[in-house]
Design a binder for this molecule. Structure first.
Ligand SMILES: [Zn+2]
Length: 462
């Protein structure tokens, strides 16, 4: 037997961290940052229940910050093992972790300057230097090739189709005897551009699966049509479309659709600004790893060209970004962060939200406690950099563009098990979504489903 402790993404969608202990060895699967509600973010400051130096290794499913963003803190707290991940994940981590460190430092600086922190002086959770130190621990592994991650544990990564490099990871004993645990990571979508479908699930007796959209089915809408309507309506009003997007993952798909719409003559070409140096670098990584992408964007046509609308401009320096904020006339601005919790998109929001001709378009999940969630739920004003900003712009969302499987897609993927798992743990979801998905799985598949709470420890056969 082994024990599994749920140290994050339990009854919430951020902070993914699962501690697996077997025969005196410990590994951590994912090491994500908590985001959203203050009570969740406070957990980022708490120590793990075990000393980081006692961990043999970390296994990383993918490079989204809610799965990898606590790594710098783990390393600065004494972890000295290896962090196993795919090449795509390592590349994206080399972008998102230093950026997260910079943001932490910048937030602390701003808070100190404007004195809007409750803590004086405000200190960053980790720094850019901590992030650089964490990157030195990355160990690249291939998809579908088992790798020994601890003296008694082996891990195997399978393409999850959720983000470049994303994987679900099956952990088993080195000798192949005994039972297996499949960490589902985040599950991608079926039949989408840019990323491939999630691979069929390798059999395992214990399964952790995400439930972000466990109570929802993404509308069977044509994303391209929805996007075209938002862009054309806003252009007709003389306004701008601001799209808060995760710098890694979402920007590629948006650019892909915008280009497609232009090529088909369904929208008039507008200036399209990708205002995130990280997103620009991520685009290049997508092009480099195109063999792990959907066939449609693989080289031949040139992966980068699939992401380049006619009047596309990558914005790098803060000076250029300011110039874009100050410019006028219809345009599309894609900028991070995706839930409007920080980053350059805040400057665009502060400038565009007060004006009715503009549109803010959300294309990803908005967690509780984020500005994005407040806007989607109709907030009349939001606080940005310590100032209340009135909301007159239109707020739109296209849920079907999410990178997370919906309830039907999760069931479809569960249906790929040759032999059903004996125990399924639902993680990475808010309680209403989790209860709905639990009921559905129990009803349709008859599997045993448990929704662990934060800090819960369970015995798992291994
Ligand atoms: Zn993710």
């Amino acid at each position: 037997m082994a024990t599994l402790t749920f140290l994050g993404a339990s009854r919430t969608v951020t902070g993914s961290k699962y501690l697996l202990e077997a025969d005196g060895h410990r590994i951590l699967v994912d090491c994500g940052l908590f985001q959203g509600l203050r009570e969740l973010r406070r957990r980022n400051w708490a120590a793990l229940p075990i000393h980081p130096a006692s961990l043999h290794a970390v296994v990383l499913t993918h490079a989204h910050i809610d799965h990898c963003g606590w790594l710098p803190r783990l390393v600065s707290s004494g972890f000295h093992g290896r962090i196993y991940c795919t090449a795509g994940t390592a590349d994206l981590c080399s972008l998102v972790l230093p950026d997260a460190g910079r943001l932490q430092e910048e937030d602390a600086r701003l808070a100190n300057r404007h004195r809007f922190s409750r803590h004086t002086p405000a200190v960053p959770l980790f720094t850019e230097a901590d992030a650089a130190a964490a990157l030195n621990h990355l160990e690249i592994v291939n998809f579908d090739r088992p790798v020994d991650v601890a003296p008694n544990l082996r891990a195997e990564f399978t393409n999850a189709g959720h983000l470049l490099g994303s994987a679900f990871v099956r952990v088993s004993r080195l000798n192949g005897i005994g039972q297996r645990i499949l960490f589902g990571g985040d599950l991608g979508r079926y039949g989408r551009p840019v990323l491939p479908d999630p691979m069929p699930a390798p059999d395992a007796e214990t399964l952790l699966v995400e439930s972000t959209y466990g109570d929802r089915v993404h509308p069977d809408a044509d994303d391209a049509t929805l996007l075209a309507r938002v862009i054309e309506d806003t252009r007709a009003r003389g306004g701008r479309v601001i799209i808060p997007a995760f710098a890694v993952g979402r920007a590629e798909e948006l650019l892909y659709w915008i280009k497609k719409l232009e090529d088909a003559g369904r929208i008039k070409p507008l200036p399209v600004y990708l205002d995130s140096p990280m997103a620009v670098d991520a685009l290049n990584f997508y092009a480099q790893h195109d063999k792990h992408l959907d066939r449609e964007v693989q080289v031949g046509t040139g992966a980068l060209s699939a992401f380049s609308p006619k009047r596309f401009r990558a914005v790098s320096s803060p000076k250029e970004s300011k110039a874009v904020t100050a410019s006028t006339g219809p345009a599309i601005i894609i900028s991070a962060s995706g839930m409007a919790t920080g980053g350059r998109v805040l400057h665009h929001l502060a400038s565009c939200l007060p004006h009715a001709e503009n549109t803010v378009l959300f294309v990803g999940f908005q967690a509780q406690g984020t500005r994005g969630r407040a806007l989607v739920e109709g907030a009349k004003s939001v606080k940005i950099h310590g100032t209340m900003v009135p909301v007159a712009a239109r707020i739109e969302k296209i849920d079907s563009m999410s990178a997370h499987a919906d309830s039907n897609e999760i069931l479809r993927w569960l249906g790929t098990f040759q032999t059903p798992p004996r125990q399924l743990y639902l993680v990475h979801g808010e309680p209403p979504a989790q209860h709905a998905l639990k009921a559905r799985i129990e009803h349709t598949l008859g599997w045993s489903v448990h929704i662990p709470q934060h800090g819960e420890k369970v015995e798992v056969p291994l």
